[in-house]
Design a binder for this molecule. Structure first.
Ligand code: FAD
Length: 390
Protein backbone atom coordinates (compact mmCIF):
# COMPACT_ATOMS: atom_id res chain seq x y z
CA UNK A 1 0.00 0.00 0.00
CA UNK A 2 -0.39 2.31 -1.86
CA UNK A 3 -0.66 -0.12 -4.82
CA UNK A 4 -0.78 2.69 -7.40
CA UNK A 5 2.24 4.99 -7.87
CA UNK A 6 1.21 8.66 -7.67
CA UNK A 7 1.14 10.50 -10.99
CA UNK A 8 3.82 13.20 -11.35
CA UNK A 9 2.37 16.67 -10.80
CA UNK A 10 1.51 18.37 -14.10
CA UNK A 11 3.78 21.39 -13.66
CA UNK A 12 3.97 24.65 -15.57
CA UNK A 13 7.69 25.04 -16.31
CA UNK A 14 9.29 27.75 -18.41
CA UNK A 15 11.91 25.71 -20.34
CA UNK A 16 12.92 22.19 -21.38
CA UNK A 17 15.95 22.59 -19.09
CA UNK A 18 13.58 23.17 -16.16
CA UNK A 19 11.55 20.10 -17.13
CA UNK A 20 14.74 17.99 -17.18
CA UNK A 21 15.77 19.43 -13.80
CA UNK A 22 12.42 18.54 -12.21
CA UNK A 23 12.56 15.00 -13.55
CA UNK A 24 16.14 14.58 -12.21
CA UNK A 25 15.00 15.89 -8.82
CA UNK A 26 11.95 13.66 -8.78
CA UNK A 27 14.16 10.69 -9.54
CA UNK A 28 16.59 11.53 -6.69
CA UNK A 29 13.68 12.29 -4.33
CA UNK A 30 11.82 9.07 -5.01
CA UNK A 31 14.90 6.81 -5.28
CA UNK A 32 17.33 8.22 -2.67
CA UNK A 33 15.12 10.04 -0.16
CA UNK A 34 11.54 8.77 0.08
CA UNK A 35 12.20 5.06 0.76
CA UNK A 36 13.96 5.68 4.09
CA UNK A 37 11.99 8.78 5.15
CA UNK A 38 9.57 7.14 7.62
CA UNK A 39 12.22 5.06 9.35
CA UNK A 40 14.79 7.86 9.58
CA UNK A 41 12.24 10.42 10.82
CA UNK A 42 11.16 7.95 13.46
CA UNK A 43 14.80 7.49 14.52
CA UNK A 44 15.51 11.24 14.34
CA UNK A 45 18.38 10.68 11.90
CA UNK A 46 19.67 13.64 9.90
CA UNK A 47 20.56 12.56 6.32
CA UNK A 48 23.87 14.40 5.94
CA UNK A 49 24.83 12.18 2.99
CA UNK A 50 21.74 13.33 1.07
CA UNK A 51 22.82 16.97 1.43
CA UNK A 52 26.32 15.99 0.23
CA UNK A 53 24.72 14.36 -2.83
CA UNK A 54 22.55 17.44 -3.48
CA UNK A 55 25.57 19.74 -3.19
CA UNK A 56 27.54 17.54 -5.61
CA UNK A 57 24.61 17.52 -8.03
CA UNK A 58 24.35 21.33 -8.03
CA UNK A 59 21.03 21.29 -6.16
CA UNK A 60 22.04 23.34 -3.09
CA UNK A 61 22.52 26.66 -4.85
CA UNK A 62 19.80 26.65 -7.50
CA UNK A 63 18.54 30.26 -7.35
CA UNK A 64 22.00 31.87 -7.22
CA UNK A 65 24.32 33.14 -9.98
CA UNK A 66 26.26 30.59 -12.02
CA UNK A 67 29.46 32.61 -11.66
CA UNK A 68 29.28 32.10 -7.85
CA UNK A 69 28.65 28.39 -8.27
CA UNK A 70 24.84 28.57 -8.27
CA UNK A 71 22.33 27.04 -10.69
CA UNK A 72 20.91 30.36 -11.94
CA UNK A 73 17.35 29.03 -11.85
CA UNK A 74 14.33 31.32 -11.56
CA UNK A 75 12.39 31.07 -8.31
CA UNK A 76 9.42 29.49 -10.08
CA UNK A 77 11.65 26.51 -10.91
CA UNK A 78 13.65 26.38 -7.66
CA UNK A 79 10.43 26.32 -5.60
CA UNK A 80 9.03 23.40 -7.57
CA UNK A 81 12.28 21.55 -6.86
CA UNK A 82 11.72 22.20 -3.15
CA UNK A 83 8.18 20.90 -3.47
CA UNK A 84 9.43 17.60 -4.91
CA UNK A 85 11.98 17.21 -2.11
CA UNK A 86 9.45 18.06 0.60
CA UNK A 87 6.96 15.55 -0.83
CA UNK A 88 9.65 12.88 -0.39
CA UNK A 89 10.83 14.09 3.02
CA UNK A 90 10.27 17.48 4.65
CA UNK A 91 13.64 17.34 6.46
CA UNK A 92 15.27 17.55 3.01
CA UNK A 93 12.94 20.10 1.38
CA UNK A 94 13.02 22.42 4.40
CA UNK A 95 16.75 21.81 4.78
CA UNK A 96 17.43 22.96 1.21
CA UNK A 97 15.21 26.00 1.80
CA UNK A 98 17.00 26.93 5.06
CA UNK A 99 20.42 26.44 3.44
CA UNK A 100 19.32 28.78 0.61
CA UNK A 101 18.15 31.30 3.24
CA UNK A 102 21.50 31.06 5.03
CA UNK A 103 23.36 31.85 1.77
CA UNK A 104 21.21 34.90 1.00
CA UNK A 105 22.98 37.54 3.12
CA UNK A 106 26.33 36.83 1.48
CA UNK A 107 24.92 36.43 -2.04
CA UNK A 108 22.85 39.62 -1.87
CA UNK A 109 24.89 41.89 0.44
CA UNK A 110 28.45 40.51 0.55
CA UNK A 111 31.35 42.26 -1.17
CA UNK A 112 32.83 40.76 -4.34
CA UNK A 113 35.82 39.55 -2.27
CA UNK A 114 33.61 37.93 0.38
CA UNK A 115 31.55 36.23 -2.31
CA UNK A 116 34.64 34.95 -4.13
CA UNK A 117 36.07 33.64 -0.84
CA UNK A 118 33.02 31.81 0.48
CA UNK A 119 30.09 31.44 -1.94
CA UNK A 120 31.34 28.61 -4.19
CA UNK A 121 31.88 26.31 -1.19
CA UNK A 122 28.46 27.25 0.19
CA UNK A 123 26.56 26.81 -3.09
CA UNK A 124 28.19 23.65 -4.36
CA UNK A 125 31.23 22.71 -2.33
CA UNK A 126 29.59 20.48 0.22
CA UNK A 127 28.97 23.03 2.98
CA UNK A 128 25.63 23.25 4.78
CA UNK A 129 24.27 26.46 6.31
CA UNK A 130 22.04 27.65 9.15
CA UNK A 131 20.22 30.94 9.71
CA UNK A 132 20.33 32.41 13.21
CA UNK A 133 17.73 35.08 13.97
CA UNK A 134 15.50 33.69 16.77
CA UNK A 135 16.52 33.68 20.44
CA UNK A 136 14.98 32.22 23.58
CA UNK A 137 13.28 35.55 24.42
CA UNK A 138 12.72 36.93 20.89
CA UNK A 139 10.74 35.00 18.27
CA UNK A 140 8.02 36.99 16.51
CA UNK A 141 9.54 40.18 17.94
CA UNK A 142 12.87 39.39 16.30
CA UNK A 143 14.09 43.01 16.39
CA UNK A 144 14.44 42.73 20.18
CA UNK A 145 17.26 40.17 19.88
CA UNK A 146 20.06 40.41 22.46
CA UNK A 147 23.02 38.41 21.10
CA UNK A 148 25.79 41.00 21.03
CA UNK A 149 28.76 41.61 18.73
CA UNK A 150 31.36 44.04 20.08
CA UNK A 151 34.13 45.52 17.95
CA UNK A 152 37.69 44.79 19.17
CA UNK A 153 40.29 46.13 16.73
CA UNK A 154 39.76 44.35 13.39
CA UNK A 155 37.58 41.69 15.01
CA UNK A 156 34.06 41.29 16.36
CA UNK A 157 33.40 39.29 19.53
CA UNK A 158 29.98 37.62 19.65
CA UNK A 159 28.20 36.57 22.87
CA UNK A 160 24.68 35.23 23.31
CA UNK A 161 22.33 32.37 22.51
CA UNK A 162 20.34 31.72 19.35
CA UNK A 163 17.31 29.42 19.59
CA UNK A 164 15.46 27.02 17.30
CA UNK A 165 18.26 26.86 14.78
CA UNK A 166 17.58 24.41 11.95
CA UNK A 167 20.80 22.44 11.25
CA UNK A 168 22.09 23.57 14.66
CA UNK A 169 25.09 21.35 15.40
CA UNK A 170 25.33 19.89 11.87
CA UNK A 171 25.83 23.11 9.85
CA UNK A 172 29.23 24.20 8.53
CA UNK A 173 28.40 27.91 8.72
CA UNK A 174 25.92 30.14 10.56
CA UNK A 175 24.49 33.41 9.25
CA UNK A 176 24.04 35.29 12.51
CA UNK A 177 22.11 38.46 13.34
CA UNK A 178 23.68 40.19 16.37
CA UNK A 179 23.27 43.53 18.11
CA UNK A 180 26.09 45.97 17.43
CA UNK A 181 24.31 49.19 18.30
CA UNK A 182 21.10 50.76 19.61
CA UNK A 183 18.00 48.80 20.70
CA UNK A 184 15.52 47.88 17.96
CA UNK A 185 15.89 47.00 14.28
CA UNK A 186 18.58 49.56 13.41
CA UNK A 187 21.17 48.22 15.88
CA UNK A 188 21.57 44.77 14.27
CA UNK A 189 24.37 43.52 11.99
CA UNK A 190 24.78 40.25 10.04
CA UNK A 191 27.84 37.98 10.29
CA UNK A 192 29.00 34.81 8.58
CA UNK A 193 30.39 32.54 11.31
CA UNK A 194 32.14 29.22 10.60
CA UNK A 195 30.92 26.29 12.69
CA UNK A 196 34.42 25.57 13.97
CA UNK A 197 34.90 29.08 15.42
CA UNK A 198 36.22 28.85 18.97
CA UNK A 199 33.45 29.47 21.53
CA UNK A 200 30.59 28.32 19.26
CA UNK A 201 28.68 25.29 20.53
CA UNK A 202 25.36 23.59 19.88
CA UNK A 203 22.97 22.39 22.60
CA UNK A 204 21.20 19.04 22.52
CA UNK A 205 18.52 19.27 19.77
CA UNK A 206 14.90 19.98 20.76
CA UNK A 207 12.54 17.00 21.05
CA UNK A 208 9.90 17.94 18.49
CA UNK A 209 6.42 16.76 17.48
CA UNK A 210 7.63 16.07 13.93
CA UNK A 211 10.43 16.91 11.52
CA UNK A 212 12.53 14.82 13.87
CA UNK A 213 15.29 14.14 11.37
CA UNK A 214 16.04 17.85 11.09
CA UNK A 215 18.05 18.97 14.13
CA UNK A 216 16.72 22.15 15.76
CA UNK A 217 19.05 23.40 18.48
CA UNK A 218 20.20 26.39 20.47
CA UNK A 219 23.57 27.75 19.41
CA UNK A 220 25.73 29.34 22.10
CA UNK A 221 28.24 32.07 21.29
CA UNK A 222 30.76 32.43 24.06
CA UNK A 223 33.30 35.08 23.05
CA UNK A 224 33.27 33.95 19.41
CA UNK A 225 35.80 36.09 17.53
CA UNK A 226 35.39 36.77 13.79
CA UNK A 227 37.32 39.24 11.63
CA UNK A 228 35.52 42.27 10.20
CA UNK A 229 35.59 40.67 6.77
CA UNK A 230 32.98 38.21 8.14
CA UNK A 231 30.52 41.12 8.55
CA UNK A 232 27.85 41.00 5.83
CA UNK A 233 26.48 44.35 4.68
CA UNK A 234 26.82 47.55 6.67
CA UNK A 235 26.75 47.90 10.43
CA UNK A 236 23.08 48.30 11.41
CA UNK A 237 21.81 46.74 8.15
CA UNK A 238 21.38 43.24 9.60
CA UNK A 239 17.67 43.37 10.36
CA UNK A 240 16.80 44.63 6.89
CA UNK A 241 18.94 41.80 5.45
CA UNK A 242 17.23 39.25 7.73
CA UNK A 243 13.74 40.38 6.66
CA UNK A 244 14.66 40.50 3.00
CA UNK A 245 16.01 36.92 3.29
CA UNK A 246 12.74 35.87 4.93
CA UNK A 247 10.61 37.27 2.07
CA UNK A 248 12.26 34.70 -0.19
CA UNK A 249 12.49 32.03 2.53
CA UNK A 250 8.72 32.19 3.06
CA UNK A 251 8.21 31.19 -0.54
CA UNK A 252 10.37 28.15 0.19
CA UNK A 253 8.17 27.25 3.16
CA UNK A 254 5.05 27.67 1.00
CA UNK A 255 6.48 25.29 -1.60
CA UNK A 256 7.46 22.74 1.07
CA UNK A 257 3.91 22.92 2.46
CA UNK A 258 2.43 22.10 -0.95
CA UNK A 259 4.88 19.20 -1.28
CA UNK A 260 3.75 17.76 2.07
CA UNK A 261 0.09 18.28 1.13
CA UNK A 262 0.58 16.62 -2.27
CA UNK A 263 2.18 13.58 -0.63
CA UNK A 264 -0.81 13.32 1.73
CA UNK A 265 -3.33 13.64 -1.12
CA UNK A 266 -1.52 10.99 -3.18
CA UNK A 267 -1.64 8.63 -0.24
CA UNK A 268 -5.32 9.34 0.44
CA UNK A 269 -6.33 8.82 -3.20
CA UNK A 270 -4.44 5.50 -3.44
CA UNK A 271 -5.85 4.26 -0.14
CA UNK A 272 -9.43 5.23 -0.99
CA UNK A 273 -9.20 3.28 -4.26
CA UNK A 274 -8.24 0.01 -2.58
CA UNK A 275 -10.03 0.12 0.79
CA UNK A 276 -13.47 -1.48 0.55
CA UNK A 277 -16.44 -0.97 2.87
CA UNK A 278 -20.12 -1.74 2.27
CA UNK A 279 -19.04 -3.87 -0.70
CA UNK A 280 -17.26 -1.15 -2.67
CA UNK A 281 -14.14 1.02 -2.64
CA UNK A 282 -14.53 3.91 -0.21
CA UNK A 283 -13.61 6.21 -3.12
CA UNK A 284 -17.10 5.49 -4.48
CA UNK A 285 -18.72 7.35 -1.57
CA UNK A 286 -19.58 10.93 -2.37
CA UNK A 287 -18.65 12.03 1.18
CA UNK A 288 -15.05 10.97 0.51
CA UNK A 289 -14.96 12.03 -3.13
CA UNK A 290 -15.87 15.59 -2.13
CA UNK A 291 -13.16 15.54 0.54
CA UNK A 292 -10.54 14.46 -2.01
CA UNK A 293 -11.77 17.14 -4.41
CA UNK A 294 -11.43 19.85 -1.75
CA UNK A 295 -7.92 18.63 -0.83
CA UNK A 296 -6.79 18.73 -4.46
CA UNK A 297 -8.33 22.18 -4.98
CA UNK A 298 -6.51 23.63 -1.96
CA UNK A 299 -3.23 22.23 -3.29
CA UNK A 300 -3.70 23.66 -6.78
CA UNK A 301 -4.71 27.05 -5.32
CA UNK A 302 -1.65 27.09 -3.05
CA UNK A 303 0.70 26.11 -5.88
CA UNK A 304 -0.76 28.83 -8.11
CA UNK A 305 -0.35 31.42 -5.33
CA UNK A 306 3.28 30.64 -4.54
CA UNK A 307 4.12 30.51 -8.26
CA UNK A 308 2.47 33.89 -8.83
CA UNK A 309 4.62 35.38 -6.04
CA UNK A 310 7.73 33.65 -7.42
CA UNK A 311 7.08 35.06 -10.90
CA UNK A 312 6.86 38.58 -9.44
CA UNK A 313 10.22 37.99 -7.74
CA UNK A 314 11.72 36.61 -10.96
CA UNK A 315 10.51 39.74 -12.79
CA UNK A 316 12.28 41.94 -10.23
CA UNK A 317 8.98 43.29 -8.87
CA UNK A 318 7.96 43.65 -5.19
CA UNK A 319 6.68 40.32 -3.88
CA UNK A 320 6.79 40.54 -0.04
CA UNK A 321 3.00 40.78 0.39
CA UNK A 322 2.38 37.89 -1.99
CA UNK A 323 5.12 35.82 -0.30
CA UNK A 324 3.41 36.31 3.08
CA UNK A 325 0.05 35.37 1.51
CA UNK A 326 1.59 32.26 -0.08
CA UNK A 327 3.20 31.18 3.22
CA UNK A 328 -0.07 31.71 5.10
CA UNK A 329 -2.33 30.02 2.56
CA UNK A 330 -0.08 27.09 1.63
CA UNK A 331 0.80 26.13 5.20
CA UNK A 332 -2.84 26.36 6.33
CA UNK A 333 -3.75 24.27 3.27
CA UNK A 334 -1.12 21.67 4.22
CA UNK A 335 -2.52 21.44 7.76
CA UNK A 336 -6.08 20.97 6.44
CA UNK A 337 -5.12 18.50 3.70
CA UNK A 338 -2.92 16.32 5.92
CA UNK A 339 -5.63 16.26 8.62
CA UNK A 340 -8.15 15.16 5.99
CA UNK A 341 -5.72 12.50 4.70
CA UNK A 342 -5.65 10.95 8.19
CA UNK A 343 -9.48 10.97 8.09
CA UNK A 344 -9.59 9.25 4.69
CA UNK A 345 -7.41 6.42 6.08
CA UNK A 346 -9.67 6.02 9.12
CA UNK A 347 -8.06 4.16 12.03
CA UNK A 348 -5.05 3.23 9.89
CA UNK A 349 -4.42 6.93 9.33
CA UNK A 350 -3.88 7.35 13.04
CA UNK A 351 -1.06 4.81 13.13
CA UNK A 352 2.62 5.14 12.26
CA UNK A 353 2.16 2.31 9.72
CA UNK A 354 1.08 4.91 7.14
CA UNK A 355 2.71 8.28 6.35
CA UNK A 356 -0.44 10.38 6.85
CA UNK A 357 0.08 10.97 10.59
CA UNK A 358 3.74 11.98 10.06
CA UNK A 359 2.74 14.37 7.29
CA UNK A 360 0.13 15.92 9.61
CA UNK A 361 2.73 16.45 12.34
CA UNK A 362 5.13 17.94 9.80
CA UNK A 363 2.53 20.31 8.36
CA UNK A 364 2.04 21.85 11.81
CA UNK A 365 5.56 23.25 12.04
CA UNK A 366 5.17 25.05 8.72
CA UNK A 367 2.50 27.29 10.26
CA UNK A 368 5.12 28.38 12.84
CA UNK A 369 8.55 28.71 11.16
CA UNK A 370 9.84 31.82 9.35
CA UNK A 371 7.14 33.95 10.93
CA UNK A 372 4.00 32.39 12.39
CA UNK A 373 0.83 32.68 10.35
CA UNK A 374 -0.32 35.45 12.71
CA UNK A 375 2.83 37.37 11.72
CA UNK A 376 2.11 36.74 8.01
CA UNK A 377 -1.31 38.35 8.50
CA UNK A 378 0.41 41.34 10.13
CA UNK A 379 2.75 41.65 7.13
CA UNK A 380 -0.13 41.45 4.65
CA UNK A 381 -2.21 43.97 6.63
CA UNK A 382 0.74 46.39 6.75
CA UNK A 383 0.86 46.34 2.95
CA UNK A 384 -2.87 47.08 2.85
CA UNK A 385 -3.33 49.54 5.71
CA UNK A 386 0.17 50.80 6.55
CA UNK A 387 1.99 50.33 9.88
CA UNK A 388 -0.07 49.87 13.05
CA UNK A 389 -0.69 52.88 15.31
CA UNK A 390 0.00 55.63 12.77
C1 FAD B 1 11.28 23.39 13.94
C2 FAD B 1 11.63 24.84 13.99
C3 FAD B 1 12.69 25.31 13.23
C4 FAD B 1 13.07 26.66 13.30
N1 FAD B 1 14.16 27.09 12.59
C5 FAD B 1 14.62 28.36 12.78
C6 FAD B 1 15.86 28.77 12.18
O1 FAD B 1 16.51 28.02 11.46
N2 FAD B 1 16.32 30.02 12.46
C7 FAD B 1 15.64 30.89 13.26
O2 FAD B 1 16.11 32.01 13.45
N3 FAD B 1 14.46 30.52 13.84
C8 FAD B 1 13.94 29.29 13.62
N4 FAD B 1 12.77 28.89 14.21
C9 FAD B 1 12.06 29.81 15.09
C10 FAD B 1 10.74 30.31 14.54
O3 FAD B 1 10.97 31.23 13.50
C11 FAD B 1 9.95 30.89 15.71
O4 FAD B 1 9.52 29.78 16.49
C12 FAD B 1 8.76 31.71 15.27
O5 FAD B 1 9.20 32.90 14.65
C13 FAD B 1 7.86 32.09 16.46
O6 FAD B 1 8.60 32.57 17.53
P1 FAD B 1 8.35 31.97 19.01
O7 FAD B 1 8.43 30.49 18.88
O8 FAD B 1 9.27 32.65 19.93
O9 FAD B 1 6.84 32.34 19.35
P2 FAD B 1 6.32 33.72 19.93
O10 FAD B 1 6.83 34.86 19.13
O11 FAD B 1 6.51 33.74 21.39
O12 FAD B 1 4.76 33.57 19.62
C14 FAD B 1 3.87 32.77 20.40
C15 FAD B 1 2.47 32.94 19.82
O13 FAD B 1 2.09 34.33 19.89
C16 FAD B 1 1.69 34.79 18.59
N5 FAD B 1 2.08 36.18 18.45
C17 FAD B 1 3.28 36.77 18.75
N6 FAD B 1 3.24 38.09 18.46
C18 FAD B 1 2.01 38.34 17.96
C19 FAD B 1 1.35 39.50 17.46
N7 FAD B 1 1.96 40.70 17.42
N8 FAD B 1 0.06 39.39 17.04
C20 FAD B 1 -0.57 38.19 17.06
N9 FAD B 1 0.01 37.05 17.52
C21 FAD B 1 1.27 37.12 17.94
C22 FAD B 1 2.48 33.89 17.62
O14 FAD B 1 1.85 33.85 16.35
C23 FAD B 1 2.38 32.55 18.34
O15 FAD B 1 1.16 31.95 18.09
C24 FAD B 1 12.34 27.55 14.13
C25 FAD B 1 11.25 27.08 14.87
C26 FAD B 1 10.90 25.74 14.82
C27 FAD B 1 9.77 25.25 15.66
Amino acid sequence: MPDRAPQPVDRQLPTDEARDLISLVRDIAQREIAPSAAEEEDAGRFPREVFALLSESGLLGLPYDAQSGGGEQPYEVYLQVLEEFAAARLTVGLGVSVHTLACYALAAYGTKEQQADHLPAMLGGGLLGAYCLSEPASGSDAASLRTKAVREGDDWVIDGTKAWITHGGVADFYTVMARTGEDGPRGITAFLVPADAEGLSAAVPEKKMGLKGSPTAQIHFDGVRVPDDRRLGDEGQGFAIALSALDSGRLGIAACAIGVAQAALDEAVAYAAQRRQFGKPISDFQGLRFMLADMATRIEAGRALYLAAARLRDAGRPFAKQAAMAKLFCTDAAMAVTTDAVQVLGGYGYTADFPAERLMREAKVLQIVEGTNQIQRMVIARHLAGPEGR
